[in-house]
Structure formats: structure tokens, C-alpha cells
Design a protein around this ligand. Sequence first.
Ligand code: ATP
Ligand code: MG
Length: 407
Amino acid sequence: MYYDHLLVRYGELTLKGTNRKMFVNQLKDNVKRALIPLQGYLVKVKRDRMYVELTEEADMEEIIKRLTQVYGIKSISPVIKIDKKEGLIYQSVIQLAEGFEQNATFKIDVKRVDKTFLYDTYELQRNVGGVILKHFDHLTVNVKQPDHEIKIEVRLDAIYIYEEVVAGSGGLPVGTGGKTLLMLSGGIDSPVAGMEVMKRGVTVEAIHFHSPPFTSEKAKDKVIELTRILAERVGPIKLHIVPFTELQKQINRVVHPRYTMTSTRRMMMRISDVVVHRIDAHAIVNGENLGQVASQTLKSMYAINHVTTTPVLRPLLTLDKEDIIRKAKELGTFEISIQPYEDCCTIFTPKNPVTEPDFDKVEKYEGVYDFDEMIQKAVENIETLIIDRYYKNDKEQSTDALIEDLF
Ligand code: ATP
Ligand code: MG
């Protein structure tokens, strides 16, 4: 392996003035966590970029793969780091060019941050090009469309030589943007909605409404697995599982059949609101998408949203279903989400739910019973799991998971 470092470029952090230090430190923590339990690397943080020093035992491909999933990283390049000596530059580019295919074309691209360096940009470009041409008969220069572009960065501390630039996920480091509560069902949409806000630096705790025996342990396992996949990217996530059966039964007793779904959503929202305050979060996130189903018309959203003053974020609001599916596939949640399961709502869903619920009517139906106590009881009986990437449902955690806990 000729590469001894990975150069990690920050995303939008550069724009964030005074908060910069906090952002960079958070990104460093997130990177370190993402690389557990890999071996043979050392993370070094600078103001404008990060370096991961690699030893012989490092699995570079795996490290790069994991870095591409960390939000706040724009791109990653495997680099050769050398002292600022002319001879070492030639030696390194020859080493690189040895790997080029027969009759390939190349271009040298120099960036000179250290203006005191022996040669200026143009001279260095020409010298390095000359050395390669002399050493390899079969290679030629092509500045417009080269097969290989060798980049040489002459910086204050060292010279970095590289070719490849791997795109990162962009966004902001998770942990820099406050906390939200994600309403996580077993469907396709809500995991994607969660990821969309995490990409903007926000931490997420998840809440799931579970109605045994109407919904099985399998449905719960599915939500746990979806949470685990999200945790692969962002570290451990708290999952709050709410016992929802009694509330659903009561709704079905007192609310007109066409309005039970609206009411169910409102109760979910009310419980989420209590939890938001308990966990010191500042918004609720869900996977709602305008017009997708009966509960997601504007009038429905109005009636459901009315029970809370907490901001409800709907990152998927205007997306087409096929775009959501594409995102779910990229995220790795799609295959889990499409497994059959009983949604606590579909089971109680009437054949003919109202699509344009009359707000006054919902309030009137619900008004015949005092739901506060039931809501309180549901909240008191929440089961909270901490799900990390190694989480196994049999509760046996691997050593790696324990290491992560310590971290
Ligand atoms: P999803 O694919 O996320 O299930 P959906 O298109 O099936 O979405 P609905 O079932 O109407 O839509 O739910 C809308 C949103 O309400 C979901 O995206 C989710 O955020 C929330 N939600 C629905 N059911 C539950 C549940 N049992 N627990 C937690 N949140 C839920
Ligand atoms: Mg659903």
C-alpha cells in the first residue's frame, strides 16, 4: 500500500464561523465512533481538514466506506504524505504511476499553499510531468481528459500526493443541531425522514407505538432492526416503545369509526409531545407525505397537528414516493420496511376513513372521554432500548458493542 493517510475534507463546516471548533470536535468524535472496532489508524484533526493516519494493518477500503457514511464529510482521498523535499515528490509520483495501465494519459495538478516552496506551481507541474514521462515510455500527458490526475498539494506542514477523491455524505455532523423525537413506524417513510434530519446535524431519539396482541413481537423487532440500521450511521439511538393497545381500544369505543384514524394519530402526537419535553428535544419528526394516504391530506394534518405546539418536521412532505424508495434503498432500510407486518393503525383502520376530517367533530368525539390519564399511563410504561449497530435482539451484546458503550 502506498497510501499512508486519508485526507478528509469537511462539508459545510467552513461556513460556520464561531461554532467551527465545536463542529470539528463533534465530527472527530463521530468519526472515531464510526471506525470502532477497526485497527491501525490514528485520527488527527486540523482546522480545515482531518487526516487519518494509516498503518500497515489498516483496512483502508473499510475505513473509507465507513467515512463516506459520516455526515459532515464532503470527500475523502487516500494520500501519500511526504516531507517537503524535491526528490521525495519524484519518488512518490513514480510509485503512483507504476500502477497506471498501459498507454494511459495523465495530468499533474499542483496546489501550492506554502508560497516559499522551492518551485512555483507551474515549475513543479512541469518538473514532475517531465520525470514521469522520462521514467515511463508508454505514458503521455493529456490536460483536457486525462485517465489519471495526480494532485500534489504543497502545504505548510508537508506535501500530499493523491489521485482519487471519494464523495462523502455531506451534511452536518450529528450532534451539532439539537435533538428531535422521530415517530418511527415499520414503514418505508419514517426511517428516511429520520435520516434526513440527522443529515442536518440533529440527534434523534425514536418513538414507536406498539399495540400487542394486535401487533406482534415481529412488528416490534422490525422497528428495532430499522433503528439499528440508522445507528450504524450515527451511533447509538434511544428507542422508546409505547404500549398503545389500551388507547386504541378506547378510541374505538368512543370515536366514530370514520374518525378513529384521525384520533389515533392525535393520541400518538399527544404522547410524543410529552416525551419531547421529557427528553429535552425540540421537535417531532415524522414520515408524512402530502396526499399519500387519508391521514396525510392537509385537513388531516391540521386536525392531527392541533394537539401540539411543538414543531412537527416532515422532511418527506413533498417528495415523490419513488424518491423516498430510492433514499430508503440507499440507506439500507427498504428491504426491512417492506417485510410484511401489522401496523398498529392498519389493524384498527376502518374501511372508509375520513380523508377530510372535520376538526370540530374529532374534538367532540374525543371529548366524551378524558384521555389524559391513559396518555399518562402509556408514557409511564414506555420501554426504552438503547440500540447500537451491534444490537442483537436476544440481548446478547458483542464485545465491540461494549467497547462502544465505554466510548
Ligand atoms: P411509514 O412508511 O413511515 O409507516 P406511511 O406512509 O405508512 O409511513 P402512515 O402509516 O400514515 O404513513 O404514518 C405516517 C407517519 O406517522 C409515519 O411516517 C410515522 O412517522 C408515524 N407513525 C405511524 N405509525 C406509527 C407507529 N406505530 N409508531 C410511531 N410512529 C408512527
Ligand atoms: Mg406506516
